[in-house]
Design a protein around this ligand. Sequence first.
Ligand SMILES: [Zn+2]
Length: 242
Amino acid sequence: MTIPALPAGVSVFERGWLSANNILLRPAPGLCGSEGTTALIDTGYCTHATQTVALVEQALGAQPLDLVLNTHLHSDHCGGNAALQARYPAAQLHIPPGQARFVEAWNPDALSYTPTGQQCPPFKAHALLQPGQDIQLGAHRWHIHAAPGHDPHSVVLFEPQARVLVSADALWHNGFGAARSHGCVNMSPPDARWFYHWTEPHVPSGWSGAYADAQHPGTRVYVHYDEQPLGTRAGPLRIPQH
Ligand SMILES: [Zn+2]
């Protein structure tokens, strides 16, 4: 399989655990001033912050960094924000709108850092990545899309000319982009919320998942279709007794 090359001006910094990748966008050669901006999407975990700043410095040289963006506010995506703001004080930081109030009045509990035992140095946000709007990054306009799932407040960024998607943590197992389901159950949002909190293992506030263990083996849920005979479609052979 041929892996398509990234467009000119797009660099990806792969990082060690726990850092998310960082994507640096620069105007194409010959483009400058208001025709393009330098932007960094996601900044990794705080333990790599010094290295993150060095990578950006090395790539930009004398160019300033205009924008820093976070697809979502998990600590592995915004842990380098504070260090980059110290190095590039004129850079504007854009974040998704969902948790902006917790950044404004820094709340490490609501931002999931305290409950997950992770760290994130406080930073200041200047603007919001509003889904449905565009933003100039590097040489191109990128569409901002809401992508709740992995994180309810996450956004993804799409550049339609080169058809490049920065997907944050919105992954589809090992078949990227392929719709995948093992059988969906349609529920109204209030019902789904009740059900989510009723089943075990309980997911602590601010977390996006929890594994079962011996003490909390998880709630077994049978989904019964009125028209579905027992024993079909991997369903139980008899009505379970509780
Ligand atoms: Zn994440």
